[in-house]
Write a protein that binds this ligand. Structure first.
Ligand SMILES: C[S@@+](CC[C@H](N)C(=O)[O-])C[C@H]1O[C@@H](n2cnc3c(N)ncnc32)[C@H](O)[C@@H]1O
Length: 186
């Protein structure tokens, strides 16, 4: 884990729903609490199917990009690493692929070990960071990724968490310096 990542156990507020845990509940996972389930139950009934389809889209898109030779990925808003996560997918195609995962949720930090379980030939890293801090994310990502080469940027199911008054497109790392947009999905 890069320097600057909190080393203290993350504070988890289980009294308030968290997007990562609600998504986990929608996917049928176990890393959620009653408060997350309550929010999930309030969503339209299509939300569970939408979450599964979204996850499948992530799998297809990541595999396709890896199949086209992209071997560097910056995954922002990684979520709880429901298997297979993004680096498992791309390293299944390109074993030497390097992946940096980022999320601002303390719950995701608890799963950092799974996000760091790279295949032996590739590399993964995790940093707890907010997409509204593109410079900070890029600073960390440079420890693993070569910004002179193509990088696939995944913002899948993330930017709708930023209200319009926070200008989601301008705050995103895709506008960050020297981050060439090999692929972006939001
Ligand atoms: C619905 S999950 C998406 C997981 C994964 N990208 C996928 O598509 O399967 C959205 C994730 O975005 C994270 N998130 C929400 N706002 C964020 C922000 N401002 N910066 C970074 N991550 C954020 C949440 O913690 C959550 O884990």
């Amino acid at each position: 884990m890069p320097a600057g990542t909190p080393t203290d156990p993350p504070h988890l507020d289980t009294g308030r729903a968290h997007p990562a845990r609600v998504y986990d509940w929608l996917l049928g996972g176990k890393d959620n609490h009653p408060v997350d389930e309550a929010v999930g139950e309030e969503l339209p009934s299509e939300a569970r199917d939408a979450a599964r389809q979204n996850r499948r889209f992530m799998h297809r898109a990541a595999a396709r990009l890896a199949g086209q030779g992209i071997d560097q990925f910056l995954d922002i808003g990684s979520g709880i690493p429901t298997e297979p996560n993004l680096h498992r997918i791309v390293q299944g195609v390109v074993p030497t692929a390097k992946v940096v995962h980022t999320d601002n949720g303390p719950i995701v930090l608890r799963h950092a070990e799974a996000l760091l379980s790279s295949g032996p030939e590739g590399a993964t890293d995790y940093v707890q960071a907010d997409v509204r801090d593109p410079d900070g994310i890029i600073r960390h990502a440079r420890g693993v990724l070569d910004f002179e080469r193509p990088i696939a940027l995944s913002l899948i199911t993330l930017l709708h968490f930023l209200p319009d008054d926070q200008d989601p497109s301008a705050s995103s790392v895709s506008r960050g310096p020297r981050c060439r947009r090999a692929a972006t999905s939001c």
